[in-house]
Design a protein around this ligand. Structure first.
Ligand SMILES: Cc1cc2nc3c(=O)[nH]c(=O)nc-3n(C[C@H](O)[C@H](O)[C@H](O)COP(=O)(O)O)c2cc1C
Length: 210
């Protein structure tokens, strides 16, 4: 399930929410982190910080918040929303089931990488642009190594409490948690809408036919 073809990796890097409990070798986590710090970031100031978390105690504390956010906000939304564009009803139902699974088992992923920024007291809209490229690089590296993960941000519905549970100092905020492990399922093509529906040529609304 490993791959070195970047286009295959991008096209098959589904959110892998069902993970085995088997330990992930530190050498692979290091490779993932090295991919992360290769990412572009504002001014190359590298204000990112990454926490590798295996300790079940903070993971469980954050999972409780993650689940609360599901119960109060995300779950009801999923239950009533129509499938996203390019996704069948059946596939959406499978996605919902996987989201629920991860909600219950979030803390059981053998390793988390928590992506943080030293962004001061009042982070602005530009801040995330200096951490999400690193997050995406890490997801791609994870997929390349045959490991599964999902970009998660739901804990941010209780951001203050989650950052405290992770022991982050003042002025440092988490932006994403990547639960990482060997996937139970197989990688497969991602479901997305056709290019022509989301790309315009020259003027807004003119379908791109290139
Ligand atoms: C900003 C962002 C936040 C996300 N947060 C979560 C999350 O908290 N929990 C989760 O299960 N998936 C989360 N996802 C994963 C998306 O649900 C997933 O990328 C999308 O459904 C497409 O799935 P696919 O790549 O398997 O086709 C997030 C994705 C993004 C880009």
């Amino acid at each position: 399930m490993t791959s070195t073809d970047i286009f295959e990796i991008m096209g098959t890097m589904r959110a892998m929410r069902r993970l085995k409990p088997d330990a992930v070798p530190d050498a692979l986590i290091r490779k993932i982190l090295e991919a992360g710090v290769a990412a572009p970031n504002g001014g190359n100031f590298q204000t990112w910080r990454f926490m590798v978390v295996k300790d079940p105690v903070p993971k469980k504390a954050v999972q409780l918040l993650y689940k609360r956010a599901f119960d109060e906000t995300i779950g009801p939304r999923y239950a009533t929303a129509a499938p996203p564009p390019g996704v069948s009803k059946e596939r959406y139902a499978r996605q919902h089931a996987a989201v629920e699974y991860l909600t219950e088992h979030f803390h059981e992923a053998p390793v988390w990488i928590v992506a943080c920024l030293i962004d001061g007291a009042t982070p602005n809209r530009m801040a995330g642009a200096s951490i999400y490229p690193a997050v995406q690089n890490m997801l791609l590296a994870t997929r390349a190594l045959g490991l599964g993960s999902t970009l998660t941000t739901r804990h941010l519905l209780f951001a203050k409490e989650a950052d405290a549970a992770l022991g982050l100092p003042d002025g440092v905020h988490s932006y994403a948690i990547l639960p990482i492990g060997y996937p139970m399922g197989k990688f497969g093509p991602v479901g997305r809408t056709a290019l022509g529906d989301v790309v315009f040529s020259e003027t807004w609304g003119t379908r791109y036919e290139g």
